[in-house]
Design a protein around this ligand. Structure first.
Ligand SMILES: [Zn+2]
Length: 311
């Protein structure tokens, strides 16, 4: 979602969201922020989930303290836009460049951890929205990294041209493909809906003599105004989401991460890092809770839009 969504007045925000969702309602006829769902005692709406994920413009561009999450996975993103560095003896993998204006901030976070940004050999992404992958061309320019993307997201990525720069794509991935470097292997899982090629990444990491299943959630969110029913561009979009939930629930997960830190409560977990207890990022229940929230919202939106279409 563009950064403007988090800070503009509600009417403007919704009008933009509706256009983006293909609804095409005139300004001023924006519906209320509904439906709402209550999951584990907390109530959410489409806009409250978006606000949780995006924060303010400042949150999107301010570096979060870079830190080790587990094993060789490091957080190098901003307060609300995730970027992960996965280090290996053969160079590094960067997952998500975020907005182009954040790339130098991410590079500085990598340097702060003692790694060289120019050692990034592979650039991956979670999905073809600007807040996650707009900076890909600049990362490639600065590092020479190979950029790899899920086939179903390639058309949307090719439309992402900050400053007119073509979007680099060196390898096209398909569901279940693996990406390996320096003894580390990530698996790309197609979890479509949020974008056609939205990708959930899994990998195993070793830490303290144990092995952990890590899941990096691409996104399972239904943005405000998004049409699950009578979607002009992708008539079967609701079925694609359903497939993504099924895929996601089948993945073993000890440590959930995501394209936005809000998806796994980073702000609550980070203060516990290095305080002597268990790694706070180990949270299989948190993974299920995020899936439950996203799936509840998906069903609520689908039901509401199905009822509206039947009138
Ligand atoms: Zn997105």
């Amino acid at each position: 979602m563009p950064s403007a969504f988090a800070t503009k007045p509600a009417a403007v925000l919704l009008a933009s969201a509706l256009v983006a969702g293909g609804v095409g309602l005139a300004q001023g006829t924006a519906p209320p922020d509904s439906p709402s769902v209550t999951v584990r005692g907390k109530t959410f709406t489409p806009r409250s989930i978006l606000a949780r994920n995006m924060g303010t413009d400042e949150d999107q561009t301010t570096a979060f303290p870079p830190h080790r999450v587990v094993g060789n996975i490091y957080y190098v993103g901003t307060r609300t836009l995730s970027a992960y560095l996965i280090t290996t003896p053969a160079g590094h993998i960067l997952l998500n460049s975020t907005y182009e204006r954040n790339v130098r901030t991410i590079a500085a976070s990598v340097a702060q951890l003692g790694f060289a940004f120019t050692d990034v050999k592979i650039l991956l992404g979670t999905h073809a929205h600007g807040d996650h992958q707009e900076g890909d061309a600049l990362v490639k320019q600065l590092t020479g990294a190979q950029v790899m993307a899920m086939a179903e997201d390639v058309p949307a990525l090719q439309n992402m041209k900050p400053g007119g720069k073509a979007h680099p794509i060196d390898r096209v991935l398909h569901d279940g493909d693996t990406v390996s470097l320096g003894g580390i292997t990530l698996v790309a899982h197609l979890t479509p809906g949020h974008t056609r090629g939205c990708t959930t990444w899994t990998l195993k990491v070793s830490d303290g003599g144990r092995t952990y299943d890590v899941v990096i959630i691409g996104s399972l969110g239904v943005n405000p105004g998004f049409q699950l029913v009578n979607n002009k561009d992708v008539p079967q979009i609701a079925d694609e989401y359903a497939r993504a939930f099924k895929m996601s629930r089948a993945l073993p997960c000890d440590i959930p991460l995501g394209s936005h830190p809000g998806m796994y409560n980073m702000a609550e977990k980070y203060p516990k890092v290095g305080k002597g207890g268990p790694n706070p990022y180990i949270d299989p229940a948190g993974y299920k809770a995020e899936l439950d929230l996203d799936e509840a919202m998906y069903h609520a939106v689908l039901d509401a839009q199905t009822r509206a279409a039947g009138r």
